[in-house]
Design a protein around this ligand. Structure first.
Ligand code: ZN
Length: 80
């Protein structure tokens, strides 16, 4: 199946659509909920340590910058 060039073209087109969508998403929704704390900015800590602690990944903000956003920033800053 993969020897067929049309299959490769279809895969490439799919990839292009995916990258395009990711860049679009990064353009309009640059922030995602932090995966580590699910957007709450807090973590459950063991009781001995006192309940909640601030999420280290997002530094308590609960959101993180989409990976594609950095790529987009690179493009934008390089074209200026
Ligand atoms: Zn977090």
């Amino acid at each position: 199946m993969l020897e067929n060039p049309r299959t490769w073209l279809a895969l490439l087109a799919l990839l292009g659509v995916r990258v395009g969508l990711a860049l679009l998403a990064a353009r309009f929704w640059p922030l995602l909920a932090c995966k580590a704390c699910r957007g709450s900015g807090k973590h459950f800590a063991p009781r001995l340590l006192g309940g909640f602690r601030r999420c280290r990944r997002c530094k308590g903000s609960g959101s993180r910058i989409r990976p594609g956003r950095r790529l987009l920033n690179m493009f934008v800053s390089s074209s200026d």
